[in-house]
Design a protein. Structure first.
Ligand code: MG
Length: 378
């Protein structure tokens, strides 16, 4: 299925046209065509895009209404793999840093598109950091390879698609009457997530409990700095049908976090403290479990390794996300049969998704039967 030169220009023209469709306006499409050592040609495209949030999103440290992302495509022999980088501003990556990183990715070096281990290790070595930029390549490569094999990744990994978890749905911090309304609107979701770490933590939980008894997961986002206060809060939350507490204290307070986990009646889950595979062993001493996100782990391949290692160490595993389109959410969802808890509501919080794939049906992560990551353009 090699493309001839004429087909290639036709494809490019179509894609350049699609870049003008609403939402892509003003975003520059970058395309690199690489004649390489492989039998086919690889085309690598990427463009910045801005996700619009349905509601102002407030956590312990900030509020925002948009999230920058970069959408990637890797095309090989006419098959296109989709990927995405999502860059919440507080994590340090941006449209510019991702575009700069992706401009340094050179597929001409690689001999075998299936050799993810070599390709992704090499891309990782381009520069330290840049986890979302790296994830945008990893996800697109996984999507492409799954499509070349004509299988979704849950099949390639040998996972049961019916064993996906329910996802939590985040109720943003707000005034009590707004919170009550949001809880009622979230009727479909079986588990609610609450961002804590501010001065109205008890009020938020009590407000939700005035409407529903559903299990709640709590995320303090490093917001509690006194360990005894954190323990008192967790003891109180334990009486309120809360399942676990994510990142109760700042990641630099390692000894306090260890002490808290030893005394906590609820599992503690490391999020900001745990980014990549190399962090998992350290986390075992600090938390009961870890929150894995593709935008921290550099993508699906390392996330899979992190789950395997965490399980071997006897740790709980949660699968989370940033604000993302259904592209990155579908990629993460491929791993979800392996985890205890999922927090994959990122695409539900935006009003301008450009993909559809994994859906949340009656609160449960429901995988698409499509090959690769299971996402297609809307
Ligand atoms: Mg978190």
């Amino acid at each position: 299925m090699k493309q001839n030169r004429r087909d290639f220009f036709k494809t490019t023209g179509l894609l350049a046209g699609s870049a003008l469709v609403s939402g892509y306006t003003n975003n520059l499409l970058t395309e690199k065509i690489i004649g390489n050592k492989m039998s086919g040609k690889i085309k690598f495209r990427y463009k910045p895009y801005t996700l619009e949030l349905k509601h102002v999103f407030t956590v312990a440290t900030n509020s925002r209404t948009t999230t920058p992302v970069v959408l990637t495509e890797i095309e090989y022999e006419g098959i296109i793999g989709y990927g995405e980088a999502s860059m919440p501003p507080y994590l340090g990556e941006s449209h510019q840093t991702v575009l700069d990183f992706l401009s340094k990715v050179d597929f001409a070096k690689y001999e075998n598109i299936f050799d993810l281990e070599t390709i992704l290790a090499d891309i990782d070595s381009i520069a330290p950091g840049n986890p979302a930029a790296k994830a945008s390549v990893d996800i697109a490569l996984h999507d492409l390879i799954g499509k070349l094999m004509n299988q979704p990744w849950y099949n390639i990994w040998g996972l049961n698609k019916d064993k996906t978890p329910y996802t939590s749905f985040t109720i943003g911090i707000d005034k009590p009457d707004v919170v009550r309304q949001k809880v009622k609107e979230a009727d479909e979701y079986k588990i609610l997530k609450v961002k804590l770490g501010r001065d109205n933590d008890r009020e938020m939980i009590e407000t939700i409990r005035s409407v529903t008894d559903k299990p709640i997961t709590a995320d303090a986002n490093q917001g509690w700095t006194d360990r005894q206060y954190a323990l008192d809060m967790i003891n109180w939350l334990n009486e309120k049908n809360v399942l676990f507490v994510e990142q109760p204290m700042p990641k630099i307070q390692v000894e306090d976090l260890k002490w808290l986990t030893q005394h906590s009646p609820l599992p503690t889950i490391g999020d900001e403290s745990v980014q990549r595979l190399s962090d998992v062993v350290k986390a075992r001493e600090i938390f009961s479990g870890i929150n894995i996100k593709l935008m921290k782990s550099t993508g699906m391949r390392e996330a899979y390794k992190m789950i395997t290692l965490a399980r071997a160490l006897g740790m709980k595993v949660m699968l989370g996300c940033m604000t993302e389109t259904s592209c990155a959410i579908s990629a993460a969802a491929q791993l979800s049969p392996l985890v205890d808890w999922a927090d994959l509501d990122g695409a539900l919080l935006i009003s301008n998704d450009v993909y559809e794939g994994t859906k949340i049906i009656d609160g449960k992560v429901t995988l698409s039967p499509l090959p690769g990551i299971g996402a297609k353009k809307i």
